[in-house]
Structures are given as structure tokens and as C-alpha cells.
Design a protein around this ligand. Structure first.
Ligand SMILES: *Cc1c(COP(=O)(O)O)cnc(C)c1O
Length: 413
């Protein structure tokens, strides 16, 4: 099936007892069985079934099945948030002394998780000097345990060479974990570029309407977990063969951490997912037009959108994402004062910190998402004081342009 068909039909066929065509919301904490033996068999994995919604739930399973098929992976686990997904993967793969190898430009919450929270448990993060395979080959150390990327850095707008970095990772027998939130499967199946584990904040494009927080972890099946590096995982998951990682997550780490989604939120993600492809097409088209408008504006000193011909990543966006640069762009207005005036003046665009919503959103990252860092740290993270981030929605482009034009007038000085 094509990805548009999968997004609508995978993971569920009408419930034979009721004929319900939408996935039912199984709002239940636990599941009853008529005999002690039946429940014991399900607990022990000898029979299929759900026991408790922290571990699995039929509504969430439908979402997981649909996402696994869309990413062409061996399995998926849905989580309560994108951060819960990243945390579960890190806890499953890392231990004290291990190093994450990544590159600057990452989502602020991920930077904080790696540096502050995981730092307390003896895990460290190292950043390669650039986004090319050579930069990563030079930065691997004896302690590197995973390589971690975002398909497009948020808010760095940097685009790493995924296939090249995957080769480096696999030469060193390291799994490549990629946060593909900014390029959901309507744009690319990140596993086909070499990712071993794909993570999504489903809060963003997959939901698409800003109605719930959620995340997902997909094992693409590219990595062989039997190489001895991930001892606990393999000891537990050996019986599951290629499903070792998902089995270990579900039955140990994900179960222990407790970051399960509410069934209602899984329903909202399923509903959003159905229209993912047509929405992404409009997001990318509007973002490309807005980037071109801003690049040609006399009062805008810089614009960063990876599909803009002037971007250093334009060729890579063509090669990896068929030219689709996603909905996120950043631009400068010279000073924080002008940036604030612009945010205060927009009417259609909403001043919010979400992204991937059908609505156009603007935010001043330095004073919000990155407020806890010093000005020097922010510049190193690629977040200058004059920067605005836009998540371009799917409204009529002319209305977005008109809103920006009037706000630009208000933010003249
Ligand atoms: C939003 C976001 C996250 C975190 O997801 P939540 O659902 O907010 O927890 C992680 N990575 C990226 C790239 C994001 O944009």
C-alpha cells in the first residue's frame, strides 16, 4: 500500500462486534480475563493480549501498527510525549560512562535531557564539528555508544548527511537514532536513509492540529541487536529475534518508566495521521513561499530555510527529502526589540511554542524555549536574540503573507 493509504487504513479494520469504522477509544486502565490461567499466560507472553494500559492498549496499538507500517519498521511504541520517547530510547541503550555523539542545532529539550538530566547519571554528549560524515568519523571515541541526529535541526535548520553518517555509525557498530519530527513519513522514511531507530514527537505534524502531546519510537530493523554491545537488551530480547529492541522496551524500560499515552491521545494522533500527506504538501509549499518572500524583504537581514536555494543544505534537502524542506523556518530582524514588535503585531499567526500545527505559529526562541541559557550559550546553539521561528501553517498563502507584511510595517524599528 502507498503511504497515503497506510496512513488511513493500517492497524485497524472495523470492529466486528460493532462495525465502528473509527478506531474505538479503549478508555480502560486494565483488561479482565475469565480464568487465572489465561491472565497468567498473557503476563508471561505465552498468549497475546493486553493486561494494563501502561504496557499496551488497543487504541495505542492501532497507532503503533500504523506508524510501524508507515515507517516500514519492525515495530513501534507510542509514548506520552516526544521527550518520553527520547528518554525511553536513551535509558534502553545507555549506561554510565557512555557518550552520545550528535551535532549542534538540536531541539532545546533534547539538549537539556542530554546535558543536564542524563549528565547526572554519568552519560555525556559530544558534538561533531559539522553535519558531514567526515565530521562524525573524526568525533567517534571509544566511549561513543549511539549517534543521535535530527533530520532537520530544530531550530538549527541544519541537515545532516544521514546516509553518510549511517555508514560511519555502522562501521563502528553503533546504532543511529534519528528524531524525524520535522520530516514525518509523508516526506521520508528515515530508515531508508539508514536510521536504526526513528523517533517522532507526534505532537507536531502527526497530530497536526495541536490537540495532544505524544511521541513514538520505531525500530526500522536496520540494526542487529545481537552484537553484544547491548547486553541487557539482548539477554532479554534474544527470544524475540529482530523484535528484541521493541520487546525489551515494552516489557522492561517503557513499562518501568511509565511514559504511556492516554488512549484518547492515541485516537487524536490516529485521526491526525489520516491527513498527514496532503497537509505536509501544503506546509512545505507555504514555507517555501514564505521563505522566498522573507529572503526578498528589504527589512529582513537573514532567513534560514533548508530548501531555500541559498541554503548550504539545499542540495541535501533535494537528495534526502525530494526537495521538501518542512514547515519550519527562522529569520532575523536585527534586534530583539524588532522581533518582539513583530510578534506583538501578527494577527493571523499565533505566538506559541508548538510546531507542525495547521495554524501558522511564531515564537521568539531566545526568550522562550532557550530562556534558561546565557546569551553566549545561545549564540553557540545558533539562537541569536533577533531570531524568530515560524511554523508555517496551511492557511491560504496570501493571508499569511499579508499578516507578515503588516507586522513587518509595525516592526520597522
Ligand atoms: C517538540 C519536539 C520534541 C519534543 O516533543 P514533545 O512532544 O514536546 O515532548 C522533540 N524533538 C523535536 C524535534 C521537537 O520539535
Amino acid at each position: 500500500m502507498g503511504k497515503r493509504t497506510q496512513a488511513i487504513h493500517s492497524g485497524y479494520s472495523p470492529d466486528p462486534s460493532t462495525g465502528a469504522s473509527a478506531v474505538p477509544v479503549y478508555h480502560t486502565a486494565a483488561f479482565s480475563y475469565s480464568t487465572a490461567q489465561e491472565l497468567a499466560d498473557v503476563f508471561a507472553g505465552r498468549a497475546p493480549g493486553n493486561v494494563y494500559s501502561r504496557i499496551s492498549n488497543p487504541t495505542s496499538l492501532a497507532l503503533e501498527q500504523r506508524l510501524a507500517e508507515l515507517e516500514n519498521g519492525v515495530g513501534c511504541i507510542a509514548t506520552s510525549s516526544g521527550m518520553a520517547a527520547i528518554t525511553a530510547v536513551m535509558v534502553a541503550l545507555l549506561q554510565a560512562g557512555d557518550e552520545i555523539l550528535s551535532v549542534a542545532g538540536l531541539f532545546g529539550g533534547t539538549v537539556s535531557l542530554f546535558q543536564n538530566t542524563l549528565g547526572r547519571f554519568g552519560v555525556s554528549v559530544r558534538y561533531a564539528d559539522g553535519n558531514d560524515a567526515d565530521d562524525f568519523a573524526l568525533a567517534v571515541t571509544g566511549r561513543t555508544r549511539i549517534i543521535y541526529l535530527e533530520t532537520i535541526g530544530n531550530p538549527g535548520m541544519n541537515v545532516p548527511d544521514i546516509a553518510g553518517i549511517a555508514r560511519v555509525a555502522h562501521e563502528h557498530n553503533l546504532p543511529l537514532v534519528i528524531d524525524a519530527t520535522l520530516t514525518p513519513p509523508a516526506i521520508v522514511r528515515t530508515g531508508e536513509l539508514g536510521a536504526d531507530i526513528v523517533i517522532h514527537s507526534t505532537t507536531k505534524f502527526i497530530n497536526g492540529h495541536g490537540t495532544a502531546i505524544g511521541g513514538a519510537i520505531i525500530d526500522t530493523g536496520n540494526y542487529s541487536w545481537d552484537d553484544g554491545q547491548f547486553h541487557d537488551l539482548w539477554k532479554w530480547g534474544r527470544k524475540a529475534g529482530p523484535f528484541a529492541f521493541i520487546a525489551y522496551l515494552r516489557n522492561v524500560v517503557y513499562r518501568d518508566l511509565g511514559g504511556c499515552p492516554s488512549p484518547m491521545n492515541s485516537f487524536l494522533m490516529l485521526q491526525g495521521l489520516e491527513t498527514l500527506a496532503p497537509r505536509m504538501k501544503l506546509h512545505c509549499e507555504n514555507a517555501r513561499n514564505l521563505a522566498a518572500y522573507l529572503a526578498g524583504h528589504p527589512r529582513v537581514p537573514w532567513v534560514n530555510y533548508p530548501a531555500l536555494p541559498a541554503s548550504p543544505f539545499a542540495e541535501r534537502v533535494k537528495a534526502q527529502f525530494k526537495g521538501n524542506g518542512g514547515s519550519l523556518l527562522t529569520f532575523g530582524l536585527e534586534t530583539k526589540k524588532r522581533a518582539f514588535a513583530f510578534v506583538d503585531a501578527v494577527k493571523l499567526a499565533k505566538n506559541m511554542t508548538n510546531l507542525g500545527d495547521v495554524k501558522t505559529l511564531v515564537v521568539h526562541p531566545a526568550s522562550t524555549i532557550f530562556h534558561e541559557y546565557s546569551p553566549e550559550e545561545r549564540v553557540r546553539m545558533g539562537v541569536p536574540d533577533d531570531m524568530l521561528r515560524v511554523s508555517v501553517g496551511i492557511e491560504d498563502f496570501e493571508d499569511i503573507r499579508a499578516d507578515f507584511e503588516q507586522a513587518m510595517e509595525a516592526a520597522k524599528e
